[in-house]
Design a protein around this ligand. Structure first.
Ligand code: PGA
Length: 251
């Protein structure tokens, strides 16, 4: 089966209402036809606006994070059930900024993944090694453990709602992209050596690369058969760049 290319924008804690309006009017102006899956994760409060403005381009909107709980006395959290209720289709889980800045560990990320899946969200589960781990040759070990711990005991009928994003921490927001070979090697490792042990169908598992993806390097990354798309931070904030990335993903 062919895995559809996904270009997913992670807007992080950026964009105000006026920026979001300008982003989509710029996209409207260039009227690109994307055949890839074009997705964006704005800040949670902007999800309804992004859904409304993105509909014309068939852009699906999701969250950058969600609670491991469905509801209750958890002040300040975003429930996956409520995210789904307002129209979010997916959530990132385990982004390296959540892991390192907010100390989210494997067990919590596992609970978040299960609750998100049980509430109908697709999960983009992020994994990746630090520079120190890569330099001490631990990339495969780290990625495997993050997947084994974060993706255990998932509801078996929802495994097709999990997407993996391989994002080497040293390449995020640094301008240093992993070479297409480096990225592809890890994607191949995930597909061939880890996926089946977690009951995923290796041929169907969608694996995105993330870390300083931009229009100038997206083609060589997407040429690799095991790279099914990109999770993009900085370059997804500009409509012109996002549009180029989505056009590259639509080839
Ligand atoms: P970047 O971010 O594209 O700005 O490196 C990627 C990410 O954090 O998902």
């Amino acid at each position: 089966m062919t895995r559809k290319t996904h270009i997913v924008g992670n807007w992080k804690m950026n964009q105000k209402t006026k920026d979001i309006n300008s982003f989509f009017s710029e996209l409207d102006g260039s009227a690109p036809q994307f055949t890839c899956n074009a997705w964006i994760a704005p800040q949670a409060m902007h999800i309804p606006l992004a859904i409304e403005l993105g509909e014309k381009h068939d852009i699906k909107i999701g969250a950058q994070n969600c609670s491991e709980k469905e509801s209750g006395a958890f002040t300040g959290e975003n429930s996956p059930a409520s995210l789904k209720d307002i129209g979010a289709e997916f959530s990132l889980i385990g982004h390296s900024e959540r892991r390192s800045i907010f100390n989210e560990g494997d067990e919590l990320l596992n609970q978040k993944t299960i609750t998100a899946l049980n509430n109908g969200l697709t999960v983009i589960f992020c994994v990746g090694e630090t520079l120190e781990e890569r330099e001490s040759d631990k990339t495969e070990e780290v990625v495997k453990l993050q997947m084994q711990e974060g993706l255990k005991n998932l509801p078996t009928d929802k495994l097709n709602k999990v997407i993996i994003a391989y994002e080497p921490v040293w390449a995020i927001g640094t301008g240093k992209t992993a070479s297409a070979e480096q990225a592809s090697d890890v994607h191949k490792f995930i597909r061939d050596k880890v996926a089946a042990s977690l009951n995923f169908n290796p041929n169907e598992l969608i694996i995105l690369y993330g870390g300083s993806v931009k229009p100038s390097n997206v083609d060589e990354l997407l040429e690799k058969p095991d790279i099914d798309g990109a999770l993009v931070g900085g370059a997804s904030l500009k409509a012109a760049d996002f549009s180029k990335l989505c056009l590259a993903g639509s080839k």
